[in-house]
Design a protein around this ligand. Structure first.
Ligand code: C5P
Length: 239
């Protein structure tokens, strides 16, 4: 897959008009745009439909986490909207992920829809070793826990996971090279880290085997985000 198709641009704004403007501005470089909580709560399903109408793919990043019936039906609704990717928290458990997958597959077959990639969120990149131990009371390292959650997602039939760049190799070794790994927490070498505890650069992430990387503040806070993206693309294509 060409490098530019492996970059997901995160539309983190509460202004749907601005989001559409970004889609137009980045249209030559980016195929997949991420609609997360902020934009979806502000713009609703219409923003997703408008982006798809522009011929772009949407990663609906709402990180579902609820009882199996609720998550399955939410995923079914997203499938009918035509999203390319959607996600749920792996910590929602095996049954939640499995029933979600089953309903999405069944709906696609019955209604002749294309099936979205279903991803499980493992451990957020804003969580560090202290929080995992002291706040979440998980008695393993982050890597061991991510590995466990990725295997759970794989066994439930999901297509892949969202995880930090530091766990890609472990996940691929555990679940196979075709199991998709989407990596957020991307920072350029000169960016501030913000709350991202397990960050990685775009080049390191792709080298480690990430299938997709999510670019958000890493380029959006630059004076000229489009120029920053082109610099990243050039660097990735030449490495
Ligand atoms: O911090 P940054 O601006 O790079 O985050 C970009 C996007 O990636 C945000 O929409 C955030 O919700 C998402 N994200 C994620 N999982 C993480 C970290 C960030 O989905 N572990």
């Amino acid at each position: 897959m060409p490098v530019r198709e492996r970059i997901i641009l995160s539309l983190d704004t509460s202004d749907p008009e601005y989001a559409l403007d970004l889609v137009d501005r980045f249209s030559d470089e980016i195929t997949i745009f991420k609609v997360g909580l902020e934009l979806f709560v502000s713009g609703g399903p219409e923003i997703v439909q408008k982006i798809i109408k522009k011929g772009k793919k949407v990663f609906l990043d709402l990180k579902f986490h609820d009882i199996p019936n609720t998550v399955s039906r939410a995923a079914q609704a997203a499938t009918r909207m035509g999203v390319f990717m959607l996600n749920m928290h792996t910590s929602g458990g095996f049954e939640m992920m499995k029933s979600c997958r089953d309903l999405v597959v069944e709906t696609c077959l019955k209604e002749n829809l294309s099936r979205p990639r279903l991803l499980g969120v493992t451990v957020l990149t804003s969580i560090g070793p202290e929080a995992i131990k002291n706040e979440l009371c998980i008695p393993h390292s982050i890597r061991t826990h991510v590995k466990h959650l990725a295997r759970l997602a794989y066994n439930a039939g999901l297509d892949g996971v969202v995880a930090s760049g530091h766990e890609i190799e472990t996940i691929k070794n555990t679940c196979g090279k075709d199991f998709i790994v989407v990596v957020p927490g991307i920072r350029l070498s000169w960016n501030p880290p913000d709350e991202q505890k397990r960050r990685i650069t775009p080049r390191e992430a792709l080298r480690s085997g990430a299938d997709y990387i999510i670019l958000g503040r890493a380029i959006m806070r630059e004076e000229d985000p489009l120029k920053a993206l082109r610099v990243v693309l050039l660097e990735l294509m030449s490495s």
